[in-house]
Structures are given as structure tokens and as C-alpha cells.
Design a protein around this ligand. Structure first.
Ligand code: G6P
Length: 629
């Protein structure tokens, strides 16, 4: 992951780079640094830890350099120490590079460079790049004294294996900044006499909304007068920037203590926006079209016999709910895979298969690689096996947007908290809409049942609002009691089993408390051995097919002294007989209940982490956009 930024223009670069890095800190926060060119030299400042540490170091930095690059790191190669922080320079200190990605052949390159006398100061893979560029500059200079930084960088990147995005500056080329993209995101921003590059557009929107997203295998030369784009072979390309429709206010905290809390509160609005976008408000059972308008071409619906979903983390949990819906509503056999596993152990090719990639960022390397592999291997087969790829994402402008044939926009708006909340609920709504649309077209459920589900879906935003209103204070108090707890178990069944997994993941991610999610019926096959009075069990008990079963499983836990917390609409008296603590949710059709049951679990994780005084929005070791495999 990591975030990179670059600036060239007439203003002082350092402030602009720092502002940009603030917007990219969600990508990694192990260390940060900037480098700028002033009076023929590269000036560099780096700091271990959060960006704040770099800011403090830069407080008295008085270098008005109009060109520079910056980096916020998520450590892959080398510990999060200052000497491993980017920018990295070549041995002479004349070239500086920031990188997002992994250079897989860095060991061989480093050995070759060492043999030539280059000295290395870090354990990173990145440090080979400035040295390789220096080496290429030297070689090219021997042939032609007018060698450019672009040519040397191009020669260097052609030797790199892996996925990477780079920004490069050199004290010998003070009017050039080179930006490179190969399987890791990078965009160029166009201002008035100033140009930017960044891993993600929020880092630039305060200055420009005119943006060009580089494609894989492209590099750009930014100068104070313009931008030229080339491919790795050196051919100049014609590229046109686009204007972003973006409101910077959306990425502020707006009075909330943390972005995560703000994003939890945004969920009713997100669900509303998604439903407004996709539900046909004029639809009745007499209508002759689908109640869902996803805007997908007719070809999407042709020859669809099965579905495979690839995703990571919270998006994988959304995929599990999606499987339940696609199978139960639309009668389509569906498999869900961890993208990181699927890529190296793909399922045998089956005909007429839809592959869905679910990713809030649209940049997760494992998910993109799995989709790309599926596209390639299917393209080599006959038409029965032709690739059909759908992306469910929050970022249409991201890499997944270029990779797939069909897209569903989840309309969640930008999410800053590393632990996904509103993007998850939006992914769920996308799956409800997809499954209902397919159910209508495949005639797998009666129209009046479809009508009933759509009607209940429309009530969900208000029901989520009621949970938020009722529970905030109560969960905050309850959380207090779990500040010292070391283990948590979450149980659910059927469509709420993925929500148990998601509740456990949220708690792990931000509170660092060990938590496991289980299908409630599996408890007795092992996990029940973990239970005693010190291990609270959160049970999702929603009326429906598996209600009584979950209650029995909860009782089994209680009999082992576990403190039982119920997420349930049961009336108070009845619920008190079973549960020690209640996180009440409105009664709703079981099929729709994940959209409600996940809310108290997000709240619980948030308040426990906040009580423990932890950095909720930037939990240790994590990053929001995982662009390395
Ligand atoms: C990271 C984030 C998670 C997210 C996962 C998948 O691990 O911290 O919150 O669920 O990546 O991300 P994606 O962007 O593909 O949904």
C-alpha cells in the first residue's frame, strides 16, 4: 500500500506534500518523509511513525523548493524505522524516489548494483530504484550527453518486476518529476502552472479536480509547463484528463471524534442513496420490468448459470451475504473465495460463470489479480467460458473500474476509517439489489414476495437510524465493561453468520482484542471449550428459520458461564431470560436482517476501542487500501 505524492509548480512544495500525505495516511502510517530540490541539492526529511512526527520535524523547515515528493509508508520490506522511510536516494544523494508496491526482484538488482560499488543504507526493496536510475543515467550519458531523467527512469523500470507506483526527482533535473504506474494506483493532477501526482485523488482535490489516471505500464513527465505520458517502450501517448465530481468537505470529520463514528452515522444516508439509485419507485407487481435498475447491459443477464465472488476482508464478508442472497433468492449456485487464495488455487473452469469482485477501494491487489487471472484464462477458452466480470465498488474511477465489464457503484462516498463500516453496508445493499434483479428475471420468487422484500428494504434507513439513536449511549457504557476483556466470540447462523464474522473482525481490527466469529451450530464442535466467565459471547438472534437454533446455541454458551450479549428484537422480558445484555434491533424479515444486526456490532467495536484509548481510525499494522499481494 503506502501513499505517494508529488508536486511541481511555483508554490512551496513541502506544505502541499504534507497536506496530500494527510489525505493518504489511511494507506499506511508506519513512517513518512518528503524530499525537495532547492539550490541544486535534494533536501530530505523523514520520520518514523505517524505523519504528525514528520510535521513536527518540518516545523522549522524553511526551504521554498517548488518541486518535491512525499510518502506515507506501510512497511513491507524492512522495519518501520527512519532509515527505511521513503524517499530513498541513490548513493550520491542526487536522485530521490518514493514507491508504493513491492519490487519482487530487488535482491538480484541490489546484488548487481553492490557489485558495481553502490552502497545501501536500508532494508527496503525501494532503495534499488534510485540507484538503478543513477546507473542507467551514467550508461546513457556515455552514449549521449543530453540524456533525460525520463529515459533513465524508463530503462530502470523495465528491469523491475512486481507491482509498483513511483515518483522520481533528481537534483540534476530540477524541472522534472517522473511518475510511473505498474499495477499500483497513480493519478496526475493538472493545475494552473502546477502539476501533482498522488496514489489517490483526495490528496489533490484541494488544488485541482482535473485528473488523469495513469494506466499500468505508463510513465509521465511533469514539468512546470505540462505533462507528457509515455508507455514503457518510450512511445508518447495521447491522454486526456477528466474532471472529478468531488466535494472535499466529505473527507472532514465534521465534529465526530473519529471518522469511523462519523461513517457509522452516515449509514442510513448511504443505504437511502443506494436504494434511490437502484429501486424503481414506480414499480408494482403489474409492471413488466424489473423493480431494480442496475443499469447493466442486456449481455450481463445472458447465459448466467453460476457465480463466483472474489474479495478480501470485510468485502469477503459482504460476498458471503451475497452468496446467501443469490442462492436463496435467484437460485444461482454461488461460491465465495478469498481473492488471495483463488489466484493460486483457482476452481476448475465452469461455463457461463459470472465472476464478481467486491472491493470498496477498487485497488486491493489480491482482488484485482484474481479478476485479471480469471479474465486471462477464460479469454483463451471458447465462448461458453468467456469472462464476464462484475465489480461491486465504491470507487468507479479506481483500477477495478478499468478491469471489469460491468460495475455496480455502491454510492457510499469516501471512507477514511480503516475499519470498513458504511462501505460494507453499501456492498450489502448492492447484493440485495443484484439478487432481487436476478430473481425477477429468472422468475425464482413470486412477485408478491418480491414486492414485500422491496417494501421492507425501503424501511431500512429509518430502522438503522432508530438503532443509532437508541444504542449510542448504552453501548458506550457497556463497552466500559469490556476494556480488559481478552477474548470475544460472535455467533450467528444462516445469513447472519457472515455478520458474526464481521463483528469479530471489527473488534480485532480496532481494539486488538482476540475475537472469533462462528456459525452458532459449530460451537459445540470445538470452540465451546474456550468458554468461561471471562469470554463474552455475542449472539445474533433474529426471528426466522434459525432463531430457535441460535437461542439454543446461546443457552449452551450460557451454561458454560459465558456472559451473553444478544443482538435481537425479542421483547425485553423474554430476552432477559436468555441474555445478560441486550443490543436491541427492530424486528425485520430475517433475509434483510444483516443490514440491521451489523450496526450494534460496529458500535460495540468502536466504543471498546475508543474506551481503550486506541487509534480507532488508524489501527496498528493495518491500511485501508492494500495494494500489495
Ligand atoms: C483492508 C482494509 C479492510 C478491507 C480490506 C479489503 O484490509 O483494512 O477494511 O475490508 O482491505 O479492501 P477492499 O478495498 O478490497 O474492500
Amino acid at each position: 500500500m503506502c501513499g505517494i505524492v508529488g508536486y511541481i509548480g511555483t508554490q512551496t512544495a513541502s506544505g502541499i506534500l504534507l497536506e496530500g500525505l494527510q489525505k493518504l495516511e489511511y494507506r499506511g502510517y508506519d513512517s513518512a518523509g518528503i524530499a525537495a530540490i532547492w539550490e541544486g541539492e535534494i533536501h530530505r526529511v523523514r520520520a518514523k511513525g505517524k505523519l504528525q512526527n514528520l510535521q513536527e520535524k518540518l516545523a522549522n523547515w524553511q526551504i521554498p523548493a517548488p518541486i518535491g515528493i512525499g510518502h506515507t509508508r506501510w512497511a513491507t520490506h524492512g522495519k518501520p524505522e527512519e532509515h527505511n522511510a521513503h524517499p530513498h536516494t541513490d548513493v550520491s544523494g542526487r536522485i530521490a524516489v518514493v514507491q508504493n508496491g513491492i519490487i519482487e526482484n530487488y535482491r538480484e538488482l541490489r546484488e548487481e548494483l553492490k557489485a558495481k560499488g553502490y552502497v545501501f543504507h536500508s532494508e527496503t526493496d525501494t532503495e534499488v530504484i534510485p540507484n538503478l536510475i543513477a546507473d542507467e543515467l551514467q550508461k546513457l550519458k556515455a552514449i549521449d550527453s543530453k540524456v533525460s531523467l525520463l529515459d533513465a527512469t524508463r530503462q530502470a523500470v523495465n528491469q523491475l518486476e512486481g507491482a509498483f507506483a513511483l515518483a522520481v526527482i533528481s537534483a540534476d533535473y530540477p524541472d522534472e518529476l517522473i511518475a510511473v504506474r505498474q499495477q499500483a494506483p497513480l493519478s496526475i493532477g493538472f493545475g494552473q502552472g502546477e502539476f501533482f501526482c498522488a496514489s489517490d485523488t483526495p490528496a489533490m482535490v484541494a488544488h485541482t479536480r482535473t485528473v488523469l489516471t495513469l494506466e499500468n505500464g505508463e510513465l509521465a513527465r511533469l514539468t512546470p509547463t505540462g505533462v507528457d505520458v509515455y508507455n514503457f517502450a518510450g512511445d508518447r501517448l495521447r491522454k486526456y484528463p477528466k474532471t472529478l465530481n468531488w466535494n472535499p468537505i466529505l473527507v472532514e470529520k465534521q465534529g465526530f471524534k473519529h471518522f469511523m463514528l462519523k461513517e457509522i452515522y452516515e449509514q442510513p444516508g448511504v443505504v437511502r442513496a443506494c436504494l434511490e439509485a437502484y429501486l424503481d419507485s414506480d414499480w408494482t407487481v403489474e409492471s413488466t420490468t424489473s423493480p431494480i435498475r442496475l443499469g447493466l447491459a442486456d449481455s450481463f443477464y445472458e447465459n448466467l448459470e453460476q457465480v463466483q465472488i472474489v474479495a478480501c476482508g470485510t468485502s469477503w464478508h459482504a460476498g458471503l451475504v451475497g452468496k446467501h442472497l443469490l442462492e436463496q433468492l435467484a437460485d444461482i449456485p454461488t461460491q465465495v473465495h478469498y481473492a488471495s487464495e483463488f489466484r493460486y488455487a483457482p476452481t476448475p473452469l465452469m461455463p457461463h460463470t459470472l465472476t464478481i469482485g467486491v472491493t470498496q477501494s477498487g485497488e486491493t491487489a489480491d482482488t484485482l489479480s484474481a479478476l485479471d487471472m480469471e479474465k486471462r484464462r477464460r479469454s483463451e477458452m471458447g465462448s461458453k467460458f468467456a469472462p464476464k466480470l462484475l465489480g461491486i465498488t465504491n470507487r468507479l474511477d479506481s483500477t477495478i473500474g478499468h478491469l471489469v465489464d460491468y460495475l455496480i457503484d455502491t454510492h457510499a462516498g469516501i471512507e477514511i476509517g480503516v475499519a470498513a463500516t458504511k462501505t460494507f453496508i453499501a456492498q450489502l445493499v448492492a447484493f440485495y439489489c443484484l439478487a432481487l434483479d436476478l430473481a425477477y428475471r429468472r422468475k425464482t420468487i413470486p412477485l408478491d414476495r418480491l414486492d414485500q422484500i422491496v417494501t421492507e428494504l425501503r424501511q431500512l434507513p429509518a430502522q438503522i437510524e432508530s438503532i443509532l439513536e437508541v444504542q449510542e449511549r448504552y453501548v458506550e457504557q457497556l463497552a466500559h465493561e469490556f476494556v480488559e476483556t481478552q477474548d470475544f466470540i460472535f455467533i450467528g447462523r444462516g445469513i447472519n453468520f457472515p455478520i458474526a464474522l464481521e463483528g469479530a473482525l471489527k473488534l480485532k481490527e480496532i481494539s486488538y482484542i482476540h475475537a472469533e466469529g462462528y456459525p452458532a451450530g459449530e460451537m459445540k464442535h470445538g470452540p465451546i471449550a474456550l468458554l468461561d466467565a471471562k469470554v463474552p459471547v455475542v449472539a445474533i438472534a433474529m426471528p426466522g428459520l434459525v432463531f430457535e437454533k441460535v437461542l439454543s446455541n446461546a443457552q449452551e454458551a450460557k451454561a458454560r458461564d459465558a456472559r451473553l450479549i444478544g443482538v435481537t428484537p425479542m421483547d425485553d422480558q423474554e430476552a432477559r431470560e436468555v441474555f445478560d445484555d441486550l443490543l436491541p434491533v427492530p424486528e425485520v424479515e430475517e433475509l434483510l436482517s444483516p443490514l440491521l444486526t451489523v450496526i450494534p456490532l460496529q458500535f460495540l467495536a468502536y466504543h471498546i476501542a475508543a474506551r481503550r484509548g486506541l487509534d480507532v481510525d488508524q489501527p496498528r499494522n493495518l491500511a485501508k487500501s492494500v495494494t500489495v499481494e
